[in-house]
Design a protein around this ligand. Structure first.
Ligand code: ZN
Ligand code: ZN
Ligand code: FE
Length: 751
């Protein structure tokens, strides 16, 4: 029989996911000899045998790969036969072309869970149990190749038993870098608010006791600390809100299991899949009446954000609760706390105790957030579980660094035909977030071993990310218009190079004409775009202040619609007389009153006019509450006008505003007005897109921008556009909000 020898190079997420033991066992099964090793491109196999088993071996690699592995390419070369008689696993080699990918952090697998609750197992109730199929990855990696010395597990020398597992190709823990046990691994520690260590108690049992009592406990997780309270305890939730300072954001929940989730929220099959997916994001789910939880967890919201336990420690804690509030441990705009000393300092006024441990988190990573909308999964925040997985690009390019927007910042690096979007960084105006932004750039450059050739940034000259690009990066810079980046990011994740229509609606983005855009109808591809239409420009009194005080936009819109503000509208009652007068004068004289076509600001105006909200405590709050209030069963829309100026369609919502104000004054309930407002926007989008389709002959339309986090609007728009014969592209891999912007910037710069 003729022997053959192949060299097989596999790229993708193939390190730290049990790939080498899998290959080893496969080679044994087919009676083949050779070797396998990790290198910086991925995994390289040299394998020798006769033709048929070799073919079966190769076919089985893709068929039966380990659950966390992602194979991007398989390259096979023929080598001269060497005649060896066994199969071995070689040590990591380091070579020039460093293309291996680190896996995301992954929820604890079923096999490990079974051991966790098995009293005879040596890891019984050990909160750091993991294997090659599960456990921390990205958050503990300090460099590549992915090996224990380059993770924070370097602090814990393996004991004899763990070392034996680590060295045994037949073990589930063969080369599981975070492998540990109670004898050699990390330990929990409960620390009280005054800093004293509670050594005499079982940390888990004591945490449970304190949570039951209504205390707030800061719990160290995979990518940072959570603040936990008993979700059924109204007073504990209220106290948490009070200590977190005027924070009105909904709190996330962690529920024991899928059954427990179903008791408190409506879970469709798509939602169940998202909840149980390997990424374990927070999923937004409609509240069930009689859910039995505290009423102040997600005030003014029809949804709960719920996730399932993803670390062994979560499972131990949730044994005793159906659900816990598990919200990111930070004060309003600060980044999530992840270092122990920093957490203790920053959370000292919030937490009654800290359930901590001595496994260091190297990279801070927030929970991801997802929802299902129009039958499709949509990421609102792409972070833990997803990062640093790459997004396939429509083509290869030189390496680009994209620095993202200012709010919800993420950064993006491209390498070959992949784009790597970072974890959620946050609002760069916060100094600590900005520090984290810079660290993220250098850490990702190191992990991916990319030397970017260009930097892409937003057109906005004052964004901190723009300043970094121009002043600090030292790279040739390319400015990308905000809404073009949104359009390109959606095109890129669908692998589309051809031009498409873009409906890009969001809060704020610097326009190519120096006005503030945000209700845009574009036509463009990855290279360039044209603005075909937009919402009519509206004065935005106070500039940035108007994004925090929706009544300012109401004033502006009402003045345009009526010439003056109807005296009987109650929305300005809380605003001081002279402040109103000042703002009116500022608008007339155009002092600190930029023009905006923002759709987010139109939502603000409507929310204010119907008395829903005059001041917001977080970005997009008024729009979110308007969506939650809206009764979806409306059949008649408000009027609007389309004007044609200089070859562009200008959408004028003045009549809409007029009717809304009149409806409100005549006592029509807010839920009907909000529903009709959504319907009117959907019909306006439909009409403009139908015209653009005729004008351009294009068949595809992209929906992007923060406004398309709105499920009601999206579900009204998608079928309408499909009826006119358009294919509707929405985001599934990256968020439609500014969290996905860096991907768009990167592909535009690359093109
Ligand atoms: Zn496992
Ligand atoms: Zn051990
Ligand atoms: Fe945006």
């Amino acid at each position: 029989m003729d022997y053959l020898r192949y060299k097989i190079i596999i790229e993708g997420i193939v390190q730290g996911v049990g790939f080498r033991p899998f290959i080893y066992q496969l080679a044994e099964r087919f009676g083949l000899s050779g070797s396998v090793c990790n290198d910086t491109r991925g995994v390289t196999i040299e394998v020798e045998g006769t033709a048929e088993p070799l073919q079966q071996f190769i076919a089985t690699i893709s068929d039966q790969k380990p659950p966390l592995a992602v194979i991007q390419s398989v390259d096979i070369q023929t080598l001269p036969v060497r005649g060896c008689d066994s199969f071995t696993i070689l040590h990591s080699a380091v070579d020039e072309s460093r293309r291996a990918q680190i896996a995301p952090d992954t929820f604890v697998c079923d096999a490990c869970l079974a051991e966790l609750f098995d009293p005879t197992d040596r890891r019984y109730r050990y909160p750091f149990i993991n294997c090659t199929n599960c456990g921390p990855r990205y958050t503990i990696v300090t460099g590549i190749p992915y090996d224990r010395p380059l993770t924070t597990m370097v602090d814990f020398p393996l004991c004899i038993n763990c070392q034996a597992e680590y060295d045994d190709p037949a073990s589930r823990r063969f080369h599981a870098q975070p492998n540990a046990c109670p004898a050699c691994g990390p330990r929990l520690q409960l620390v009280s608010a005054d800093g004293s260590t509670l050594d005499s108690v079982d940390p888990v049992a004591e945490t449970i006791r304190r949570l039951r009592e209504g205390q707030i406990v800061a719990i160290k997780g995979l990518g940072g600390y959570h603040l936990a309270v008993d979700a059924a305890n109204q007073e504990a939730v209220a106290e948490l809100r009070r200590r977190k300072q005027r924070d009105e954001k909904p709190f996330a929940l962690m529920a024991k299991n899928l059954e427990a989730v179903k008791e408190l929220a409506v879970v469709g099959s798509d939602e169940a899949r998202l909840l149980q997916g390997t990424e374990r994001p927070i999923v937004l789910l409609g509240k069930r009446s009689g859910h039995g939880l505290a009423g102040n967890i997600a005030p003014g919201n029809r949804c709960f954000g719920v996730m399932l336990p993803y670390t062994p420690l979560h499972h131990l804690l949730l044994q005793n609760f159906k659900s816990l509030v598990m919200t990111s441990a930070n004060l309003s705009d600060e980044p999530i706390a992840f270092e122990d000393d920093d957490a203790r300092q920053r959370l000292a006024e919030i937490a009654d105790a800290f359930l901590s441990h001595n496994r260091r988190i190297h990279t801070r990573v927030d929970d991801s957030i997802a929802r299902v909308m129009a039958g499709r999964p949509l990421l609102l925040r792409r972070s833990r579980g997803f990062v640093p997985r790459g997004v396939a690009l429509p083509g290869e390019s030189c390496p680009v660094l994209a620095v993202g927007a200012e709010l919800k910042n993420t950064i993006c690096l491209t390498r070959g035909d992949r784009a790597f979007l970072s974890q959620h960084v946050g609002d760069l105006k916060n100094l600590e977030v900005y520090e984290s932004f810079r660290n993220t750039i250098s850490h990702m450059r190191r992990l991916l071993e990319v030397e970017p050739q260009r930097v892409a940034h937003d057109l906005h000259p004052d964004y901190y990310s723009t300043r970094y690009a121009l002043e600090e990066s030292g790279l040739p810079a390319i400015a990308v218009q905000h809404h073009h980046a949104h359009l390109a990011s959606c095109l890129a994740e669908h692998g589309i190079r051809e031009p498409a229509i873009g409906v890009i609606f969001d809060g704020i983005g610097y326009g190519a004409d120096d006005h503030i855009w945000g209700g845009e109808f574009l036509v463009g591809d990855l290279k360039e775009f044209q603005r075909y239409g937009h919402l009519r420009y509206q004065p935005m009194p106070g500039g940035d202040l108007a994004t925090r005080e929706p009544w300012r936009m109401a004033l502006s819109y009402l003045q345009s619609a009526f010439g003056e503000v109807p005296g009987d509208l109650k929305c300005f009652e809380g605003i001081a007389e002279n402040e109103l007068r000042l703002v009116c004068q500022a608008m007339i004289k155009r002092i600190n009153t930029p023009l905006t076509s923002s759709c987010g600001r139109l939502f603000d105006a409507v929310a204010s006019i119907i008395g829903l909200r005059q001041v917001v405590s977080f970005e997009g709050q008024a729009a979110m509450e308007l969506e939650m209030l809206a009764d979806p069963g409306q059949s008649s829309a408000y009027p609007y006008r389309l004007l044609y100026q200089g070859g562009q369609v200008i959408c004028d919502p003045s009549q809409m505003i007029e009717s809304i104000a009149k409806d409100h004054l005549s006592g029509v309930v807010g839920s009907r007005i909000a529903g009709r407002f959504h319907l009117s926007l959907a019909m306006m989008i439909e009409e403009v897109c139908a015209q653009l389709q005729q004008q351009t002959g294009l068949k595809q339309v992209v929906l992007s921008g923060g406004v398309f986090q709105n499920g009601l609007l999206t579900e009204m728009v998608v079928p309408r556009l499909e009826k006119t014969g358009l294919t509707v592209l929405t985001h599934t891999l990256v968020p439609p909000n500014d969290g996905g912007l860096a991907l768009g910037q990167a592909v535009v710069a690359a093109a």
